[in-house]
Design a protein around this ligand. Sequence first.
Ligand SMILES: Cc1ncc(COP(=O)(O)O)c(C=O)c1O
Length: 441
Amino acid sequence: MPATRKNSRQWFERSEQSLVEGVNSPSRGAAVFSPGPIFLERGQGSHVWDADGNEYVDFLMSFGALIQGHAHPRLVEVVSQTMAQGSHFAAATSAEVDAAERLRGMVPSAEVVRFTNTGSEATMLALRLARAHTGRTKFLKFEGHYHGWYDPYLLNAHSHAPERLGPPENPARMPDSEGIPAATFDDVVLAPWNDISALERVMKQHGTDLAAVITEPIMANMGCILPRDGYLQRLRSLTQQYGALLILDEVVTGFRYAPGGCQEYYGITPDISTFGKALGGGFPVGAVAGPRSILDRMRWSEHMVLHYGTFNGHRLTMRVVAANLDLLSADGAYQKLHAVGNAAIAGLREVFRRHRMKAIVQGFGPMFQIYFTGREAIHDYRDYCSYVDTGLYSRFIHRLLDQGIYMTPSNGLHWIISTAHTEKDVAVLIEAADRACAGLE
Ligand SMILES: Cc1ncc(COP(=O)(O)O)c(C=O)c1O
């Protein structure tokens, strides 16, 4: 149990003088962590240490970016060697070729690749490519899906009180940010996810106007919501039928569930895929992948799809990407991610059963989320907004933080297992969860 967070409190007082809310992304600040953020200073494997020297098992793992855990020795070696020769040239390098070849080797739909610096940049580029390729401007996004902070995606990505949602066949349209011209959303068709009849209806009405449908394969920004059997396959066939491209946003799921991400796991072939997070093993990177017929639109010409970027294909990052994908391609990497994750899920379910708590653990293997709910499953955004006690979850996580488990109190995120997590980490989590449940209400 952390004895004190005195230093974190002092850093927070200082950081508020220079940074908005004392952080660089609101989800890391006092709006989520009470009474303020815990300042992390060091990480090794599956563990992190805060500014007061308190040790935690980390299950947030940098929002899923750290698939190899903290300071993996091979990545440390690659970074030091590469850095000694120069970090980045903004020129053609063998590093980006090595990274792209490995990505193509793992993701069958990736005939060619373009690297970006973040997941947001990747989804931004994917939509521009889809619009250029189809000559259409509208696109469909689903309620509760987050695809980064690009203007047109910021519609109903946040949760809201159920009475504000409107009917599923005509959802209330709620921008997630100020500063976006209302007209931006004229091109956005909004629909509920995971409901085949709703999808068939909306595609019948708008399908031939759509440049693309963008979806997360597993809804990862309302926790961890799995697609119903056959949903993604029906989405694939309907997009083909209406000539809209399917953009599979694998920024969270890519390189996590299987070498080829969820598209491999669920057996679907998207037109365009976007990646980020786990691809970079802790370094900032994103990628757009797909067939040459679509990505070649970026070739230099008067009619090209423009995608520039000083830091695209950043040499240091590309070397890390290649080494990270080599580690993930090694025998047993995915078996371990799944086995350790499934052990954590089973252990947590048993804790909640023993404490007679109305709680479910949803997801499988390397990524999952806990919902305090009376429902047997959470299937979509509306279920999440209506039936999940996010306040109770926050209190539960604050108790875990006090017992050396690092996780965000935001229910919209998810628990992440890296290759560095062990059975011992799972045992520590289960004991802490058991204590956290006592008297929790
Ligand atoms: C599904 C999904 N797409 C895109 C993004 C944006 O990625 P980034 O934060 O790297 O810009 C995120 C970030 O959480 C995400 O969850």
